[in-house]
Design a protein around this ligand. Structure first.
Ligand code: PLP
Length: 366
């Protein structure tokens, strides 16, 4: 019996079921299921939300990043700088392009890529940097953009966890050359299935992604490049249009929960709380703490019905999938250590204060 679920996506749906069902019915009856008016409308609405000129809906977040890399002509023989500490999709997007992911260790306080370590990883093959706004907290973009400008690199934001987050007052998605978003159901803006988007102010990239997502075709049965099938579908777009209207409220609710956790857990021995730099306005996709005895600590919470998760238990460089690039001893020591100490507490727009307090009390009783 779980008393405090990690995230209750079903409840999000139920609270909006009238509006979502209506949107779905509208699509079902329209007879347009792929690349129709809903995707087009969502693209306009999401571009406007992010404060950028273009949005292209794609199949998922991984494909968003992949297609951006291809649009910049990045591929075999190239290197792309990625955080050592991220979800594996960031790396896979680079690998699928044919380029090699070059990991850079995080800042231990923000868990995001450490700008101070990027230059040492740059070679004559480096083409781009992909900062991730991990856990919903923006990466430190000014120094990243400055390095990119100095070396002529593209900056591609992995904003899959950070819809609506702000860096020095500016929304993520418009902080680099282009950005990839995911609408996986558990993200801050999530559909009822897979979905993703590329946002950018760069018209050429937007046009290129538009081509690549649809078999390299702009005019039916004319194929200019060897494209993919990676389209946001009408049903997901219609659902996302409903949910986008609530994103800011949901993010505000996440901020309130985070504040409550921070207040309630301040000074608790051995618990390391998230650190928010003054230039950051995060959207708390995850609320990640650290504990030196993470596994027993997690077991303790679990015995009281509190569901927690680990994001992520094995860093990409230690995954079997990347054993071709990194031998198991090869050590990104900060990322490796963090993966053993981090724990994500329940957070989501539907989590109630009383549940947050239960979590706080059980943490204190450890
Ligand atoms: C979820 C996620 C992705 C991939 O998104 P999908 O839609 O699942 O393909 C990429 N990067 C990060 C950091 C993510 O959290």
């Amino acid at each position: 019996m779980i008393n405090v679920p990690f995230l209750d996506v079903q409840r999000t749906y139920l609270e909006l079921s009238n509006k979502i069902d209506e949107a779905i019915r509208r699509v079902l009856r329209s007879g347009r299921y792929i690349l129709g008016p809903e995707v087009e409308a969502f693209e306009h609405e999401f571009a406007s939300y992010c404060g950028v000129s273009y949005c292209v809906g794609v199949g998922n977040g991984l494909e968003a990043l992949h297609l951006v890399l291809l649009s910049y002509g990045i591929g075999v023989g190239d290197e792309v700088i990625v955080p050592a500490n991220t979800y594996i999709a960031t790396w896979l997007a680079v690998s699928y392009s044919g380029a090699v992911p070059v990991p850079v260790e995080p800042d231990e306080r923000t868990y995001n890529i450490d700008p101070g370590r990027i230059e040492a990883a740059i070679t004559h093959r480096t083409r781009a940097i992909v900062p991730v706004h991990l856990y919903g907290q923006p990466a430190d973009m000014d120094p990243i953009n400055a390095i990119a400008a100095r070396y002529g690199l593209k900056v591609i934001e992995d904003a899959a966890q950070a819809h609506g987050a702000r860096y020095r007052g500016q929304l993520v998605g418009g902080l680099g050359d282009a950005a990839g978003f995911s609408f996986y159901p558990t993200k801050n803006l999530g559909g009822l299935g897979d979905g993703g988007a590329v946002v950018t102010n760069d018209k050429e990239v937007a046009d290129r992604v538009r081509l690549l997502r649809n078999y390299g075709s702009q005019i039916k049965y004319r194929h200019d490049v060897k494209g993919f099938n990676s389209r946001l579908d009408e049903l997901q777009a219609a659902v996302l249009r409903v949910k986008l209207l609530y994103l800011d409220d949901w993010n505000d609710r996440r901020r309130k929960i985070a504040e409550r956790y921070v207040k309630g857990l301040d000074g608790v021995k051995e618990v390391v709380l998230p650190w928010v730099p003054e230039w950051s306005n995060p959207v708390w996709h995850l609320f990640v703490i650290r504990h030196p005895q993470r596994d027993v600590f997690r077991e303790h919470l679990s015995s009281f019905g509190i569901e927690t998760m680990i994001h992520y238990p094995i860093p990409p460089h230690k995954q079997k999938a990347y054993s071709d690039l990194f031998s198991s001893e090869e050590d990104f020591s900060i990322s490796s250590r963090l993966s053993k100490e981090i724990l994500s507490l329940p957070i989501g727009p539907q989590l109630e204060d009383c549940s947050v307090d239960v979590v706080i009390d059980r943490i204190k009783s450890f």
